[in-house]
Write a protein that binds this ligand. Structure first.
Ligand code: KIV
Length: 285
């Protein structure tokens, strides 16, 4: 449980049939808690754009946003593998740009691997990044950076042609050197076929129980993003409601003069108070 999670460890988990966990993290305290809870992989997902920065999609997220959020997660994490998501436009333009950006995540921000969305069309880029020694996690199925191409966030790989393409893309990513593949919002039976077709671990989100690992967006798990709750997610806590309760109580106590009390205050030295009193008395004379 305390052993550092590495890429070879995750591949071994697949061989031995062990399940593993991934959650997103975007800040120091959350990452520290998730790491201490034994989560195996912390993903600084570009979902930060929606669940933390309040955008309608992940498309406006920049490299600078991702570096900014990766740094505190890397500082907080001791055991989990730290993986940064390559945002829209950071890897699609050229393999050279993708290599530079992947390198920045490792050298500047402390990531140990990167994640990229896409299949066959990015295989060459994936190989080049791996060639520089940076492990790559793939991402197939519903790839949110292609939301406009899909026309929304709908279930993928529903027909024979798309399911065949998903299986083919997974094999291509494995051949390109990916150490794992996220499968997002695809039918459970198709995810199982993909999982059985590759020797690297699959990590499901809305992809049923048969993937080698599972991932959720931490705000969804904690009940902190209330704009939309995906069907495939599970709220293990309701922190949005807890925050409203705590902030409401604070406001009530301040307005009623109940906070802060003596217990939360600092006392001046008697000598200081006496000097101030003497000054005031002298001014009066
Ligand atoms: O950005 C993200 O959080 C992701 C996960 C949903 C896998 O890509």
């Amino acid at each position: 449980m305390n052993k550092k999670v590495t890429v070879p460890y995750l591949i071994e988990q697949k061989r031995s049939g062990g399940k593993f966990t991934m959650l997103t993290a975007y800040d120091y305290p959350t990452a520290k808690a998730l790491d201490e809870a034994g989560i195996d992989i912390l993903l600084i997902g570009d979902s930060v754009g929606m669940v933390v920065l309040g955008y309608d999609s992940t498309l406006p997220v920049t490299m600078e946003d991702m570096i900014h959020h990766t740094k505190p997660v890397a500082r907080a994490t001791e055991r989990a593998l730290v993986v940064s998501d390559m945002p829209f436009m950071s890897f699609q333009i050229s393999a050279k740009e993708a290599m530079r950006n992947a390198g920045r995540f490792v050298a500047e921000a402390g990531a140990e691997a990167v994640k990229v969305e896409g299949g066959e069309e990015i295989a060459r880029t994936v190989s080049r990044i791996i060639g520089m020694g940076v492990p790559v996690m793939g991402h197939l199925g519903l790839t949110p950076q292609s939301v406009h191409q899909f026309g929304g966030y709908s279930l993928q790989a529903k027909n024979v042609e798309d399911a065949k393409k998903l299986i083919k893309d997974a094999k291509i990513l494995e051949e390109a050197g990916c150490f794992s593949i996220v499968l997002e919002k695809v039918p459970a039976q198709i995810a199982r076929i993909v999982t059985e077709s590759v020797s690297i671990p699959t990590i499901g989100i809305g992809a049923g129980p048969d993937c080698d690992g599972q991932v959720l967006v931490v705000q969804d798990l904690l009940g902190l993003y209330e704009k939309f709750v995906p069907k495939f997610s599970k709220q293990y806590a309701h922190l949005g409601a807890e925050i409203r309760k705590a902030a409401g109580q604070y406001a009530k106590e301040v307005k009623a003069g109940e906070f802060p009390t003596q217990e939360h205050s600092f006392n001046a030295d008697d000598s200081v108070l006496k000097a101030l009193q003497d000054m005031e008395d002298a001014e009066k004379e």
